[in-house]
Design a protein around this ligand. Structure first.
Ligand code: SF4
Length: 286
């Protein structure tokens, strides 16, 4: 099979930074139990890699976050994920004398900072269950979630000039539609398009494929927001190609790809290069 690989591929700068930081923290604390509070990044291969290095994930959700934090001991080391977190978690650990590290991506930090420093009402477009959304909503008392994929009740706003912000890894195409709808209802709203460039460029790249390949392979974990958006955009806009999403080479080996003569690979921003290379090498043998 003819195979090409789109660039950029594999980790974005935020994921690279978070992974490097976690490795360094573990190296510097060889005798402590080190935990991620939630997945460091949304990729099972990365999480398994760190499990082998001795870093476990302590999962949490909005309801049980403080109960989960209360289970850490003074000697433990906690690493907050690249997606951002509620600042009250830090206060809670500080009071208990538990050491923690923050790997929040700078792009997410920028959004959190805009939220924290705005005295205007804020409409935040995001996925309710995503950790970046939990974190963002915790940074202001006058922020309202515009749940991605559903409608928004504008009557809850007290002012007509809110600022509009979004989760960094949504689809830039769908987001444009939402921004247009908001602007029609609230012409005085100030819209900040906060889609991360690392996610946007991959979305633009799959749009540019224009059915040039029989098969489009998106490598990444279904938990990853930017990966699923990449997959959905490719599926919708490359209608004469087949788009699949796989997380590892074993998954793709189970599929019958005999009818395809050409393939192109792209990936979410937390897919390891080694996995992408294994998939590329396998496709070249077909
Ligand atoms: S996708 Fe963007 S926001 Fe998310 S970690 Fe990577 S650089 Fe940061």
């Amino acid at each position: 099979m003819r195979v090409e690989v789109l660039q950029p591929i594999s980790y974005c700068f935020g994921v690279t930074k978070a992974i490097d930081a976690a490795l360094k923290i573990k190296e510097e604390h060889p005798n402590n139990n080190v935990y991620f509070f939630g997945d460091l990044v949304h990729n099972k291969n990365v999480i398994d890699y760190f499990k082998d290095k001795g870093i476990e994930v302590r999962s949490f959700n909005e309801e049980n976050a403080f109960d989960q934090l209360a289970k850490f001991f003074k000697e433990d080391i906690v690493i907050f994920s690249a997606h951002g977190h509620n600042k009250k978690y830090e206060d809670f650990l500080n009071k208990r004398g538990v050491k923690f590290f923050d790997t929040t991506c700078v792009k997410v930090k920028r959004i959190l900072n805009l939220i924290e420093t705005s005295d205007r009402e804020i409409i935040y477009i995001g996925k309710r269950k995503h950790p970046e959304t939990f974190a963002s909503l915790s940074y202001s008392s006058h922020i309202y979630l515009y749940e991605y994929g559903s409608s928004f009740d504008f009557s809850k706003l007290k002012t007509d000039d809110p600022i509009v912000l979004n989760q960094s890894t949504l689809s830039f195409i769908e987001l444009k539609q939402i921004f247009d709808d908001i602007q029609k209802t609230l012409p005085k709203a100030t819209i900040y398009d906060e889609i991360c460039g690392a996610a946007r460029i991959r979305q633009e790249n799959v749009l540019g494929l224009k059915d040039k390949f029989d098969l489009i392979v998106v490598v990444g974990d279904a938990k990853s927001s930017n990966t699923t958006k990449l997959f959905e955009i490719s599926k919708k806009h490359n209608v004469n190609s087949t788009t699949i999403m796989v997380d590892n080479v074993e998954e793709i080996k189970k599929l019958d790809l005999s009818k395809f003569k050409s393939a192109v690979l792209t990936s979410g921003t937390s897919a390891p290069l080694v996995i992408i290379k294994q998939i590329e090498d396998y496709l070249r043998t077909l």
